[in-house]
Design a protein around this ligand. Structure first.
Ligand SMILES: [Zn+2]
Length: 216
């Protein structure tokens, strides 16, 4: 039987397409300035905007993804999507939602600027010989892109080449925002027009089809 790709959609969705995004300026790291971290996050968001537009333009069916806009704002409290930074052994990045399910009011992304071995929070002290390394600029951008996908409403994908593959597994693998990610998002954003629409819990396609999708 063909291996299948599953993209979980979560029970979360937005009822708007114009997003205010706030990005905290973090402290400098060894080789990356706080301002540069902020720029990397902006570049990741610009990449999302560009693939969303390409998808909307190439689709014959009208997709709301072309209406999505991101505006970077200076005030955290008015932002729909908020990006902050941290140090951690327990994650590469994570996204939380307010409220936790249903129609999203705002989402909060936290990115770990440094990385070491991922140690799940068991309450045990972190071994003293564990060191944290500054994440490269490429890694930072990749983690922001993944978390931004969550912030828009996507869950995890079971294919390791997909942007939405779980970051705890192979965090440094090259990934792409796939047509599957965009199709599921398009379905989610159509809820604005059709509030009674049910979102399927997962979106499944055969692996062969995934591999034939164009690079985004
Ligand atoms: Zn994730």
């Amino acid at each position: 039987m063909d291996e299948q790709i599953i993209l979980a959609t979560n029970e979360k969705y937005w009822l708007k397409t114009k997003f205010k995004v706030w990005i905290k300026t973090p402290a400098d790291s060894d080789s990356i300035s706080g301002t540069r971290y902020r720029e990397l996050a902006k570049e990741a968001i610009e990449e999302w905007k560009s693939v969303l537009d390409d998808f909307a333009n190439s689709n014959q069916i009208h997709s709301r993804l072309g209406n999505i806009e991101f505006e970077i704002v200076d005030e955290c409290d008015i932002a729909d999507i908020r990006i902050a930074w941290n140090y951690s052994h327990q994650y590469n990045g994570f996204t939380r939602f307010e409220p936790p399910s249903g129609s999203i009011v705002f989402s909060r992304i936290t990115i770990a600027k440094h990385h070491g071995p991922i140690i799940q929070n068991t309450g045990d002290p972190i071994p003293s010989n564990t060191t944290l390394e500054v994440r490269t600029q490429k890694e930072i951008k990749s983690v922001v892109k993944h978390e931004f996908g969550h912030a828009l409403g996507l869950g995890h994908c079971s294919f390791s080449g997909d942007m939405m593959y779980n970051l705890d597994q192979k965090p440094n693998t090259e990934r792409k925002i796939s047509k599957l990610d965009l199709e599921v998002l398009s379905q989610k954003f159509s809820i604005i027009e059709n509030p009674c629409q049910q979102i399927s819990v997962s979106h499944i396609i055969p692996k062969d089809d995934w591999e034939s999708l164009p690079n985004q």
